[in-house]
Design a protein around this ligand. Structure first.
Ligand SMILES: Nc1ncnc2c1ncn2[C@@H]1O[C@H](COP(=O)(O)OP(=O)(O)OP(=O)(O)O)[C@@H](O)[C@H]1O
Ligand SMILES: [Mg+2]
Length: 436
């Protein structure tokens, strides 16, 4: 990373540049005029004039070269960014004078694999750094991929948005040669992944109707199988989604009774594993991967629709069981993926939501309240125009830190194609019956 402190007036630098230009021009022109006038000067003076001419020429060329290198047309990526940051700062940012002192912002910036990372230290001169990030993105003409406010600074990453993944292709990866259970993180978009062997194990997915929850769940379900782990589905809407998974042998619960039974069995299994395998007299293993145990992944689609029609006792029981999974699931490898169409502060117990460290929001029409509950960030702090749409939105994971724009992996419109791949995953190698 390079550091750039910007004086927003730049008068001294400009004056120095002008003086150097004047000196170099004088050094070139004066000897040329003397030479051209036909005056025969003594050899010593001629040598001085010649030296003056040459050094003036070198200075002029050096000036021209450095001006080009430091300009916004520079062939060196980071120098080009440097100049653009200087111009942007002068055009858009405030500076304050305090007697002889002048306060100014400063930047840290760098170009890594085609992406521009810029950290702005506003030094109390600018309040709305999200707005600055948005305007800088427009000025540089590159998309703002990530914006994060941290202590006294704002971190922005600019670049071309990554290509959307082909979901089916990802699900098919390694399908023919079964090399054993894998704990590799599941790719979502660009560098955003679901790392189920970390504190990011539980997912909270929020999106209004038709924004792509079910498609994304299908992808995640397929990838859980691709990695050779176990899958359970709660589909209270009894939709095609549940039907496809049921047809290929995944346990699917739809009624309140089935849901409570599935959750109870999962909690019992988790407790059993936790105390018999992970928690022994001499050690506590907090990573199910070390014991080569499978992940037990529960997909709970449309949780709020279940909680809204369950009676009080059932609702309490479902919440209690989910809380157990959320709180203790990480060590024994029990993941929950919960989806909801909207989210108010009181919709779900905090004990559940706070454990969901992978948070994803999709969709165009998302209220401020839902956005904040889902991501813990305000929409206005995105740092660019809100770009949520069908299959498009934002993710927060412990690795990404701040909010990162994502597009969910593309799946074919024909669900049968997905079902075929899921069947292949089910039937491949010796993993059948073990990984699910
Ligand atoms: N990843 C994707 N790949 C391809 N198409 C998608 C994707 N995500 C969403 N879509 C399109 O959007 C439509 C709605 O998506 P989906 O059914 O997943 O939304 P939903 O949030 O589950 O809606 P609902 O709340 O009604 O269940 C799909 O039928 C599909 O056409
Ligand atoms: Mg759905």
């Amino acid at each position: 990373m390079h550091t750039l402190k910007i004086r927003t007036d730049g008068k001294i630098v400009t004056a120095m540049k002008q003086s150097l230009l004047f000196i170099s021009l004088l050094s070139v022109i004066f000897p040329a005029i003397v030479n051209g006038s036909g005056v025969t000067a003594p050899p010593a003076i001629r040598r001085i004039l010649q030296g003056m001419f040459l050094s003036g020429l070198v200075l002029l060329m050096t000036l021209a070269l450095s001006t080009w290198l430091l300009s916004r047309f520079s062939p060196v990526g980071w120098l080009k960014i440097r100049k653009k940051l200087i111009l942007f700062t002068r055009m858009f940012l405030r500076s304050e004078e305090d007697g002889f002192l002048r306060y100014y912002v400063w930047w840290l910036y760098g170009v890594v694999s085609g992406r521009i990372k810029v950290i702005l230290y506003p030094n109390g001169l600018e309040k709305d750094t999200a707005d600055i990030a948005r305007r800088l993105s427009e000025y540089l003409g590159v998309s703002l991929l990530k914006y994060e406010e941290a202590d006294m600074r704002a971190i922005c990453i600019f670049g071309c948005p990554p290509e959307r993944f082909d979901g089916l292709q990802k699900m098919k990866e390694g399908i023919t040669e079964w090399t054993g259970r894998s704990y590799a993180p599941i790719p979502i978009y660009g560098s955003v992944v679901w790392d189920f062997v970390s504190e990011a194990i539980h997912i909270l997915l929020t999106a209004p109707s038709g924004a792509g929850k079910t498609c994304f769940l299908e992808y995640l379900g397929g990838m859980v199988w691709n990695r050779g782990h176990k899958l359970y589905v709660i589909d209270a809407k009894n939709s095609d989604f549940g039907m496809i998974f049921r047809q290929i042998g995944v346990p699917v619960a739809t009624t309140i009774g089935e849901i409570i039974q599935m959750l109870t069995e999962l909690v019992e299994e988790m407790e059993k594993l936790y105390y018999s395998v992970f928690y022994t007299c001499d050690s506590v293993v907090t990573d199910f991967r070390k014991k080569k145990m499978p992940l037990h992944c529960l997909i709970f689609d449309e949780i709020l629709s279940v909680l809204s029609y369950a009676d009080k006792e059932d609702k309490k029981e479902i919440e209690r069981l989910l809380e157990q999974l959320a709180l203790k699931g990480r060590a024994a490898g029990f993941a929950i993926i919960i989806t909801a169409q909207k989210l108010n502060a009181t919709d779900l117990p905090k004990a559940i939501t706070e454990q969901c460290q992978t948070r994803i929001i999709l969709g165009k029409l998302v209220s401020e309240e839902t956005f904040h509950q889902a991501t813990l960030v305000y929409k206005k702090d995105i740092g660019s125009v809100y770009r949520g749409d069908v299959g498009k939105g934002y993710a927060v994971t412990p690795k990404t830190g701040g909010l990162t724009y994502i597009e969910t992996p593309l799946l074919p419109q024909n669900m049968e194609e997905c079902a075929e791949v899921l069947k292949e995953l089910r039937d491949r190698g010796d993993s059948y019956g073990e990984g699910r």
